[in-house]
Ligand binder design. Structure first.
Ligand SMILES: C[S@@+](CC[C@H](N)C(=O)[O-])C[C@H]1O[C@@H](n2cnc3c(N)ncnc32)[C@H](O)[C@@H]1O
Length: 246
């Protein structure tokens, strides 16, 4: 299914409200992962990027990209939404980096263009992974890494749509997650653990780590209500995959 037009429309519509609500948290300091803004210094997922060619898939307002550019990476920020790219352009720091409009499932780059492709709830949450992962693998050079953070199947399976919160009750089938309707045809994507392994290995990638970010007690979730409030301290809310191209 082609969710590109609907996802582009959705993000153009919500960009301004999204940045108003979330930028103060996700843009506050460099290298914060996910819904709980856990520092990469605690998770050790990305490593040193100095001098590396880096692509952020679904960069939004570029909170991550601008940080890595300032650290000396040669960064490209790709996003589907022109409104999000405008926000990234406005928020760019002294170190300029190029922004490209495009879709994670149809990357407009040659093979072997990057040393690191990454995203945090970006293109690998909003494009079909069976298309986007091979694209990411294609544009990586040998030894290059694909690192990305997505919601966990636990989190999605326990999400109660009617109550708009994550619960301790299974609300839908684990094996039926696949696509999540985000309204008006917009779609996000969720794989089972087994399907992530299949898609990553199928694209020729080696899985180096699967980090399960665990927020400290009392860390707020900037995006979703959870019941109980310490849900993500008890169960994994996110999956942070660390892979490389041999
Ligand atoms: C939740 S934001 C992630 C960006 C940033 N890490 C953040 O947390 O705000 C999701 C981003 O993915 C972008 N996006 C949606 N579908 C996409 C696609 N198919 N390819 C690339 N980017 C996409 C959206 O425009 C949006 O900027």
């Amino acid at each position: 299914m082609d969710s590109i037009p609907a996802n582009r429309r959705l993000w153009n519509q919500i960009s301004s409200a999204y940045q108003h609500e979330h930028d103060p948290q996700i843009g506050a300091t460099p290298r914060l992962w996910g819904m709980y803004s856990i520092p990469d210094a605690h998770l050790h997922a990305l490593g040193d990027v100095t001098g590396k060619r880096v692509l952020e898939l679904g960069c939004g307002a570029g909170q991550w990209s601008r940080a890595l550019a300032a650290e000396g990476a040669t960064v490209v920020g790709l996003d589907l939404s022109e409104a999000q790219l405008t926000a990234a352009s406005r928020a760019m720091g002294a170190t300029r980096y190029p922004l490209v409009q495009g879709a994670a499932e149809q990357l407009p780059f040659a093979a072997d263009s990057f040393d690191l492709v990454f995203c945090d709830f970006g293109g690998l949450s909003w494009a079909p992974p069976h298309l986007a992962v091979p694209q990411a693998a294609r544009v990586l050079g040998r030894g290059g890494r694909l690192v990305f953070n997505v919601a966990s199947p636990w989190f999605e399976a326990c999400y109660d749509e009617a109550a708009s919160r994550v619960t301790t009750t299974l609300q839908r089938d684990y094996f039926g997650l696949n696509t999540i309707a985000e309204g008006d045809g917009a779609t996000s994507y969720q794989l089972t653990y087994g399907d992530w392994v299949k898609v990553l290995r199928g694209a020729g990638l080696i899985i180096d780590d699967l980090i399960e970010p665990r927020p400290e007690l009392g860390t707020p979730n900037g995006y979703n209500e959870t019941d109980p409030p310490d849900w993500a301290h008890r169960w994994p809310a996110e999956l942070l995959w660390v892979t490389h191209k041999p």
